[in-house]
Design a protein around this ligand. Structure first.
Ligand SMILES: O=C(O)CCC(=O)C(=O)O
Ligand SMILES: [Fe+2]
Length: 285
């Protein structure tokens, strides 16, 4: 079994079909390498100050820098990339609304051993979601080339259909090698983990994940982006971040006020957090 790669002009339906079958797909060269360089440049002061992980799972030679919406203007294009949003919406179509789950630049330093193979949806306290019921659609953007040597993410294609709580060794996995500007899509149920970095340079990728809006976000978007920055962001991005009711009423404020109109009192009728409106506008553009 090998990881399927598709070109950047592949349509959403085809990507979704592969994700349903394999739980993983790489879209090659979705953005120019210069876009990744720009994001990395904007984040450099924050990366420098980020401590390494405190346990084996987060990686003792790995820096995980979050709060990317507040910290990088260019990243705001990445988190809202039309192909990614449309794919996430499609994979999670059984949920009334979806939301951003986390934004994290993962810099794996030389000498870091491989991460334990896991499912990202285990973050939800290991809740046993039904087989083939996805609650997350995830991406890792390559900010450097991803090679087997430098710690490309290791995945097990089709493991989205496996039983839960299984243990795997590296021999069961394969590396998602890809060029800078490419993006790895994988579902919340796919078994995967960061590879060992046996090179002399840091392997850099941005993990951006989306989930159904009835689950708690892993990265607290309300507190990661200061309110004075949030107030300047486009409404669609705010809704994606969670300034919207999930499903019918989740996340309302005091007497039933919508979180978006609390942040932005000028918005009187914010509607639900569904992205379909934003996606339709993108299609028209
Ligand atoms: O950085 C990677 O390649 C994957 C990291 C990962 O899977 C995680 O931290 O959950
Ligand atoms: Fe993971």
């Amino acid at each position: 079994m090998t990881i399927r790669h598709v070109p950047a002009n592949t349509n959403v339906d085809a990507i979704q079909t592969i994700l349903a079958e394999d739980g993983v797909v790489v879209v090659d060269n979705l953005v120019a390498p210069a876009v990744m360089d720009q994001v990395r440049k904007e984040l450099a002061p924050f990366i420098e100050k980020t401590p390494v992980g405190s346990d084996d799972f987060t990686g003792r030679r790995t820096r995980r820098t979050g709060g990317l919406i507040a910290r990088s203007v260019k990243f705001r294009e990445i988190v809202q990339h039309p192909l990614v949003l449309a794919t996430a919406r499609g994979v999670l179509a059984h949920s009334t609304t979806i939301q951003l789950h986390l934004t994290q630049l993962i810099g794996i330093g030389p000498g870091e051993p491989a991460q334990q193979i896991h499912r990202d949806q285990w973050a939800f306290d290991f809740f046993p979601f039904p087989k083939d019921y996805e609650v997350q659609c995830n991406t890792i953007w390559a900010m450097t080339d991803f090679t087997e040597e430098n710690g490309a993410t290791r995945v097990i294609p089709k493991s989205n259909h496996f039983d839960d709580k299984l243990e795997f060794g590296l021999a069961d996995t394969e590396p998602a090698e890809m060029t800078k500007g490419s993006v790895l899509f994988y579902t919340g149920s796919l078994y995967h983990g960061a590879g060992a970095n046996r090179s002399r340079d840091t392997r850099c990728g941005i993990n951006v994940t989306y989930c159904v809006s009835w689950l708690r976000q892993e990265e607290n978007q309300y507190l990661s982006t200061p309110f004075d920055v949030a107030r300047t962001l486009p409404v669609d991005l705010l809704k994606l971040m969670g300034y919207a009711r999930g499903a019918y009423a989740l996340g309302y404020v005091d007497d039933g006020r919508d979180p978006l109109s609390v942040l932005r009192p000028d918005i009187v009728d914010p509607g639900l957090g569904d992205l379909s409106e934003a996606l339709q506008q993108l299609k028209k553009a």
